[in-house]
Design a protein around this ligand. Structure first.
Ligand code: FMN
Length: 175
């Protein structure tokens, strides 16, 4: 009998930092996935800076990203917070994905947001900004549970493995 196809989740971290807590978070999701889901994490740090002049002949890396977004059933964003908002890295990927108007790749996709920050707030302001951006993208953000990892330095060990069992538990609920 043919097996029902698995839910394909595309994971995106908004950080290019080698020891990024957000990249560690989205990678950790691979161990917590429900059996009927897959997770591919795509690296968006190498994309050129968005420029409307390039839209008519999109760079190959952008075409590949758009194909992955279109093929995904759901998106998992791991967003750092820079200056109370999402990072330039993430916003750049979002802009490419949303263009040109007839080829808005994010449209209609459900998305979960997770964040880690070294501050007390855990990236909540970046999460809120991302929700606002999703209105324009015509995406469907998942409201609960919220996962924000505050004081991220204390929540990961030297191998960037999460320390707290409670974090794992909440993360599983997000997925
Ligand atoms: C340019 C810059 C701006 C930042 N702004 C904020 C901020 O507004 N709020 C916050 O909670 N953390 C802020 N931080 C600290 C980040 O939370 C911290 O660098 C975190 O490790 C970034 O995520 P990453 O480890 O995934 O790169 C900022 C860091 C940088 C480098």
């Amino acid at each position: 009998m043919p097996q029902p196809s698995k839910l394909a989740i595309l994971g995106i971290s908004g950080s290019g930092r080698k020891r990024s807590y957000n990249t560690a978070l989205v990678e950790a999701a691979k161990q917590l996935l429900p059996r009927d889901a897959t997770l591919e994490v795509v690296d968006v740090t190498g994309l050129p800076l968005y420029n409307q002049d390039l839209e008519h002949d999109m760079p190959e890396v952008v075409k590949e990203l758009k194909k992955k977004i279109q093929g995904a059933d759901a998106i998992l964003f791991a967003t750092p917070e820079h200056n109370y908002s999402v990072t330039a890295v993430l916003k750049n990927a979002i802009e490419w994905g949303n263009r040109p108007p007839g080829d808005a790749s994010w449209s209609g996709k459900p998305a979960a947001i997770i964040s880690a920050s070294t501050s007390l707030r855990g990236g909540v302001r970046a999460q809120l900004h991302l929700r606002q951006i999703m209105i324009d993208l015509n995406m469907y953000p998942i409201n609960r549970p919220l996962l924000m990892v505050a004081n991220a330095k204390d929540k990961f060990d030297t191998l960037l493995t999460k320390r707290l069992a409670r974090l794992y538990e909440m993360f599983s609920q997000v997925l």
